[in-house]
Write a protein that binds this ligand. Structure first.
Ligand SMILES: Nc1ncnc2c1ncn2[C@@H]1O[C@H](COP(=O)(O)OP(=O)(O)OP(=O)(O)O)[C@@H](O)[C@H]1O
Ligand SMILES: [Mg+2]
Length: 268
């Protein structure tokens, strides 16, 4: 999974081996009438946390679905390690905006579900109770989803995505439906989970502050048809906190640049 087959993008020097490589990716919908992604080139390093921002409809979810093997594409190359993406893989866990837990199963049973439907327990599968503990849900394994807050349900969804021990976690606006304070707490939790699991994460968000808080690198996409407009490295030490991040000297310039790029693309 670690070999690098294609030449790296000029100017990009990932500190770890490249895990995800996207080259000249094009995607259309509606028999070619809607061009969703025009020409995406992107490298994501093993263990890196990347946030993707961009105007609504620019193709962020399309990109995530292609990486997850849930959507096909017209042309280009999409590689996870040495493998071309051709369908869902156990190397990838996905979290969407809604946790979509099954209401008739307990939290523990929901989190364990991929182990059951995925055909038994794969090597290295994470222990369900350990994951619940990492996500701050230790005492809620026996509860049902309706007994949990929205933020707790999302954390359970993250546990479910991690239970088969994937190398990559893809998240599509996972905290978009939560209030601002819960969202800040979730960002802290996610940073902690990421630091303790060492996964490679790609997270889509509309929040500039969330992107800067979480990311090693922020990818700004252009309006549809989507392409990578700019990549900004966030060189702010971890663990980050909601207070220290905004008082860091790099924060205002990063936020201003991302905002200017998005505003120029028609998104405020
Ligand atoms: N199944 C589909 N059929 C036709 N067009 C689609 C389909 N899915 C997405 N599109 C179009 O492709 C474009 C990209 O959609 P996508 O959902 O990837 O955008 P997005 O960046 O995730 O937007 P948002 O920020 O609003 O979630 C949009 O113009 C959308 O209308
Ligand atoms: Mg989307």
């Amino acid at each position: 999974m670690r070999a690098t087959q294609m030449a790296p993008i000029a100017g990009l020097r990932p500190v770890a081996p490249t895990l995800i490589q996207i080259r000249n990716l094009k995607k259309t919908y509606a028999a070619g009438r809607v061009q969703a992604l025009s020409n995406i080139n992107l490298d994501i390093a093993d263990g890196e946390f990347v946030c993707v921002v961009g105007p609504s409809g620019c193709g962020k979810s399309t990109l995530l679905r292609i990486l997850a093997g849930l959507d096909d594409y017209d042309s280009g190359q999409v590689m996870l390690g040495t493998k071309t993406v051709s369908g869902p893989s156990r190397d990838v866990g996905v979290v969407f905006q809604q946790a979509n837990l099954l209401p008739w199963l307990t939290v523990r049973e929901n989190v364990a579900l991929p182990l059951r439907v995925g055909g038994g327990r794969p090597d290295g599968a994470d222990d369900v109770d350990r994951l619940l503990e990492v996500a701050g849900l230790k005492d809620f394994g026996g509860r049902y989803p309706y007994e949990l807050s929205g933020g707790m349900q999302q954390r359970a969804g993250i546990c479910r995505a991690l239970v088969r021990n994937p190398r990559i976690l893809l998240m599509d606006e996972p905290f978009g439906a939560l209030d601002a304070l819960t969202r800040e707490r979730m960002n802290l939790e996610l940073q902690r989970i990421w630091q303790s699991t060492g996964k490679t994460v790609m997270l889509i968000t509309h929040s500039i502050s969330e992107a800067i808080f979480l990311a090693d690198r922020v990818i700004v996409m252009s309006a549809r048809p989507g392409r990578v407009l700019r990549e900004l490295t966030v060189d702010i030490p971890r663990p980050r906190s909601n207070d220290t991040i905004i008082s860091h000297p790099d924060y205002p310039a990063l936020a201003k640049e991302i905002r200017a790029l998005l505003t120029g693309q028609g998104e405020e």
